[in-house]
Write a protein that binds this ligand. Sequence first.
Ligand SMILES: *Cc1c(COP(=O)(O)O)cnc(C)c1O
Length: 392
Amino acid sequence: MTQPAFYPSHPIAYGRQHITPEDVQAVTDTLYSDYLTQGPKVAEFEQKFTEYLGAKYAVAVANGTAALHLCAMALGVQPGQRVITTPITFSASANCVRYCGGEVHFVDIDPATALIDLKAVRRLLESHPVGHFQGLISVDFAGLAVNLEEARKLADEFGLWIIEDSCHAPGGFFTDSLGQEQRCGNGQFADLAIFSFHPVKHIATGEGGMITTNNPALYEHLLRLRTHGITKDPAQLERPSDGGWYMEMQELGYNYRMPDMLCALGISQLRRAESGLARRRELAARYDAAFAQIPNVRPLAGAPGHAYHLYVIQVEDRRGLYDFLRERQVFAQVHYIPVHTMPYYQRLGWQPGDFPLAEAYYAHCLSIPLFPSLTDEEQQYVIDCIREFVQA
Ligand SMILES: *Cc1c(COP(=O)(O)O)cnc(C)c1O
């Protein structure tokens, strides 16, 4: 190996958070304020998040998984119900159905994008009586938005609700049939959309999540479910109030609240969301240009509205490349081991071989470093390492 001009002093991960002195100040200010849990920063973060996406309502929750769980509850998932999702996602997208006792049905992907294949969803729906399936959980995998206008048509035809798992795509969009940009989570097509603020995501608060919707009834219900099923809202009480302290627990909910200090961090991070997105797109364009010259490296398809949470390439010897990069301080990652091949889902009856396109994608995919604070020099080093491996 010839000594490269640049060698990283620390591992370059596939993703990482970006924290500034302003972020630290925002958290510190909140720590010294009157509220640590449900203070004014929660509502402020929710409000700013709806403005960012163009949705009507937002509910901040403990994390993306809690968001999915509450969505499944609010939509009434229960034992015997069947919900469709993609095998190429984080397990949580499917698990929320299981929390409520429902059945998960996977549909294979479109190999060009690794998104759920809506034509295959239609074939599945058409092969069963209407009412057999209750919902669809679409995933804006890697940051590429699912065409929810198409998904909504299907959902209306077959009586499904839609949860949009947009953890990878805040700020992303697809272009609808009228040429309008439709932002992920804007509430135009999906009943509910969810986001995560895990450190590798666009907006990082450590733990945290958000649900967005344009449906006022679902919004009110989610607020209750987030706090034990309790309401203090006079308009919602089932019985006459006993006094100023009065509240009612009307159904079984959870403590899935996001604390005030993390919402303060979220507000501060949200101010940089657009510049972070622009930097992600710039880095992705540089990868695109580099790999156009390296035939053995196949990136997933791009699109103008791609939010680039991940930059995924496919190579013949993925395991070899992963190890080669790791030895050179580049910590790539695999997204995802298909959910239906997980031991838990196999015990529920799914088998390797059930979704050949997802499995073929998994065999070759690798997510390489992409995050706003990745430097041009670091990115060039990653490209050089990949080139050296595939051309050897
Ligand atoms: C991160 C992620 C989740 C879960 O979010 P957490 O905040 O980690 O609970 C769910 N779905 C997808 C696609 C994700 O990337």
